[in-house]
Design a protein around this ligand. Structure first.
Ligand code: NAD
Length: 255
C-alpha cells in the first residue's frame, strides 16, 4: 500500500476532516497517531482503525499548548519509532461578527489554535522528520486562505497565514526531503460547518442550500474528498510536490 511503513500524526483527528483523514491514512497502510483536544473522540477514531485491522494510538492534545504538543509528538515517535507525516488539521471557525465587534480575546483564540498551533506542531515535528530523512507536512488552510468573504474575520486571517507558513517551510526544508503543502477545502459538511449552520438566522436546511449554491459543482464537499487529497500529499506520489496549494473546492475559487 501507498503508506506502508509510514507513521502519520493528525491533529484534530476526532471529527470531520481529521477523522476521515485518520481513517484514510490507516487504510493506505500508515500507522496513525490520532490526536484531538477531545480525548474521547480521538479514542473512538483509534478504535475504529484498529477494528478494521489498522494500527493506531490516540493522545489528547490541544495544539495551542506548546509544551503538550512537544510531549505528544515525542510520545508518538517513541510509540511508533518515527514520524513521517504530519497533518496540521485542528482548527476552529471562531466568532462570526464584523471585525469592529470582535474582542481581542476572541481574535487571539482563533490565531492561537489555527496559526500558533501549526507553528508549535511543525516545530515539534521537524527534528523527527529530519531523523526519518524527510517527510511530508500537510497544513489545512481553506478557500478562505485564498479569497475573501464578508464573514469570519479572524478565520480568514488565520488561513491566509497558514498558506504562506506552508510555503516558507517548504523552502526552508526542501533540501532535507521535508515537503510542506497546504490544502484548501471548499465548504465541507462537518461539525464545524454544522455549527455555523445552527447559529445562522435562516436555519440549517436553508444555510446548507445556500452553501451548496456557492460551489459550481452544485453541493458542498464530504470529509473524504479532503482526506483523499491529504493522503496523496502524504505519499510518495507527491514526491515532487512542495510549497503547493491543493484546492479541493468544487470550483468555488475558479470564478
Ligand atoms: P471540525 O470542527 O468538524 O473538527 C475539528 C476537530 O478539531 C474536532 O475534533 C475538535 O475537537 C478538534 N479541535 C478543536 N480545537 C482543537 C485544539 N485546540 N487542539 C486540537 N484539536 C482541536 O472541523 P473540520 O470542519 O473537520 O475542519 C478541520 C480543518 O479543516 C480546520 O483547520 C478547518 O479550518 C479546515 N477547513 C474546514 C472546512 C469545512 O468546510 N469544514 C473548509 C476549509 C477548511
Amino acid at each position: 500500500k501507498r503508506l506502508d511503513g509510514k507513521t502519520c500524526i493528525v491533529t484534530g483527528g476526532g471529527n470531520g476532516i481529521g477523522k476521515a483523514t485518520c481513517l484514510r491514512l490507516a487504510d493506505e497502510g500508515a500507522r496513525v497517531a490520532v490526536t484531538d483536544i477531545d480525548e474521547g473522540d480521538a479514542k473512538s477514531v483509534c478504535k475504529e482503525i484498529t477494528a478494521q485491522g489498522g494500527t493506531a494510538d490516540s493522545w489528547p492534545l490541544d495544539v495551542a499548548d506548546a509544551d503538550t504538543v512537544r510531549q505528544v509528538f515525542d510520545a508518538a515517535a517513541d510509540r511508533f519509532g518515527q514520524i513521517d507525516v504530519v497533518v496540521n488539521n485542528a482548527g476552529i471557525s471562531g466568532v462570526n461578527r464584523p471585525t469592529h465587534e470582535i474582542s481581542e480575546e476572541e481574535w487571539r483564540k482563533v490565531i492561537d489554535i489555527n496559526v500558533n498551533g501549526v507553528f508549535y506542531c511543525t516545530k515539534a515535528a521537524i527534528p523527527h522528520l529530519k531523523k526519518a530523512n524527510g517527510g511530508s507536512i500537510v497544513n489545512l488552510s481553506s478557500i478562505y486562505g485564498l479569497v475573501g468573504a464578508p464573514d469570519l474575520p479572524p478565520y480568514h486571517a488565520s488561513k491566509g497565514a497558514v498558506r504562506l507558513m506552508s510555503k516558507t517551510d517548504a523552502l526552508l526544508y526542501a533540501r532535507e526531503g521535508i515537503r510542506v503543502n497546504s490544502v484548501h477545502p471548499g465548504f465541507i459538511w462537518t461539525p464545524l460547518v454544522e455549527g455555523l449552520a445552527k447559529s445562522s438566522e435562516e436555519g440549517v436546511e436553508a444555510f446548507r442550500k445556500g452553501l451548496d449554491d456557492l460551489h459550481p459543482i452544485g453541493h458542498v464537499g464530504e470529509p473524504e474528498d479532503i482526506a483523499a487529497g491529504i493522503a496523496y500529499l502524504a505519499s510518495d506520489d507527491a514526491k515532487f510536490v512542495t510549497g503547493s496549494e491543493l484546492v479541493i473546492d468544487g470550483g468555488y475559487t475558479a470564478r
